[in-house]
Design a protein around this ligand. Structure first.
Ligand SMILES: NC(=O)c1ccc[n+]([C@@H]2O[C@H](COP(=O)([O-])OP(=O)(O)OC[C@H]3O[C@@H](n4cnc5c(N)ncnc54)[C@H](O)[C@@H]3O)[C@@H](O)[C@H]2O)c1
Length: 335
């Protein structure tokens, strides 16, 4: 099986790809390498923008996975125009040329952020979506565009992931559990904007399993699936991170609870993924923190700008502002 992963050099891709290579898949990556290259040496590399791919570049692949785009709210808010280009148009264009090239499955990295602000209800994939901010809107636009291309020859699976956390060779400390862990380690304090809001969280290992289940699902399967390890309020996540760090290192981590309202509040059901994809998460906030502790030596330069998407993106944008969708290559990572 040959798989092309767009955005495969990012946080999720760098954890997923070694696992796919272990399973015997042949993997190539197309990426702009905004955050450098942390991929294993035996991955094929196309260093280019998705928009510069042609149908001929995709022939011979069995599956294409979209992991690219602007992957959080701060980036999307900083440049809404590029957000809509990279998050809505790029996945649509890639699916379009993949289908023309005879690729039989397309897997799209969607997000639970499409649910927006909800109250006191567990959301499944049939519930109304209602995000009012650029990132959530664009992820939904991308999802709708690719889902409408499904037919008997072209399967599309959209994975609406919760916020991923845990260690990846392309590390990020701008994701909920990772951020809290980093603050606990660096400052001895965890900061919480709005303790009441709900968030589905997803261990990176469970995310890798979700992509694996999607890749290996029967050929005729298409659909949208919520993917999460669990749901907690942000206040509870902070308590769990605090406890796990204190258990490991002793001492006391303080909690700094603010009351800054958040526009995103959702908890999701993963029943459909369990029933149809055989996706069963194995991880908890505690096991994510254990994974971060085990890998901390590799990324304890806590303030390295490469760990924060918005810092890299602002630097790239200052070199090539809105107007030209092509951003220049990496902002100083290893290649
Ligand atoms: N990380 C999460 O918590 C999370 C949760 C839900 C959904 N998602 C989605 O999953 C996907 C992967 O997330 P991540 O955390 O690995 O992101 P990331 O920011 O670490 O990586 C994105 C990668 O895509 C590349 N890229 C962006 N636009 C490109 C283009 N036009 N052409 C080629 N390469 C391009 C970048 O260079 C980067 O390597 C994203 O689509 C994101 O929206 C992520």
């Amino acid at each position: 099986m040959r798989i092309l992963i767009a955005g495969g050099a990012g946080y999720v891709g760098c954890a997923l790809i070694p696992h796919l290579l272990d399973r015997g898949y042949k993997v190539d990556v197309v990426d702009l390498f905004w955050f450098g290259n942390h991929l294993p040496g035996n991955v094929g590399i196309l260093e280019k923008d998705i928009f510069n791919l042609q149908v001929s570049d995709l022939s011979g692949y069995d599956q294409v996975i979209f992991l690219a785009g602007l992957s959080n709210d701060p980036m999307a808010d900083f440049s809404p125009a590029k957000n809509f280009i990279f998050n809505a148009s790029a996945p649509a264009y890639l699916a379009y040329i993949a289908k023309k090239a005879g690729v039989r499955r397309y897997i799209y990295a969607s997000s639970c952020s499409v649910y927006g602000y909800t109250e006191n209800e567990l959301f499944d994939e049939d519930c109304p979506v209602n995000s009012s901010y650029p990132y959530g809107i664009s992820k939904l636009q991308g999802e709708r565009a690719v889902m409408q291309m499904v037919d008997s020859e072209f399967s599309v699976i959209a994975l609406r992931k919760g916020t991923v956390s845990g260690y990846s060779p392309r590390m990020r400390y701008d994701l909920i559990v990772n951020t809290m862990f980093k603050c606990a380690m660096e400052d001895g304090s965890i900061y919480v904007n709005d303790p009441a809001i709900w968030r589905p969280f997803l261990s990176i290992d469970d995310a890798v399993m979700a992509y694996t289940r999607a890749i290996e699902a029967n050929d005729s399967l298409s659909g949208i699936f919520n993917i999460a390890s669990g749901n907690h309020t942000v206040g509870e996540i902070a308590d769990l991170v605090k406890l796990a760090v204190e258990e490991e290192f002793g001492g006391k981590i303080s909690l700094n609870i603010k009351q800054i309202k958040d526009l995103r509040n959702y908890k999701v059901s993963i029943e459909r993924a369990a029933t149809i994809l055989s996706f069963h998460p194995h991880h908890s906030v505690k096991s994510i923190v254990r994974n971060l502790i085990a890998n901390r030596e590799k990324c304890s330069d806590w303030e390295n700008p490469l760990y924060y998407n918005i810092r890299v993106f602002k630097q790239l944008e200052s070199l090539n502002p809105v107007g030209d969708p092509a951003l220049p290559l990496a902002a100083g990572g290893t290649r």
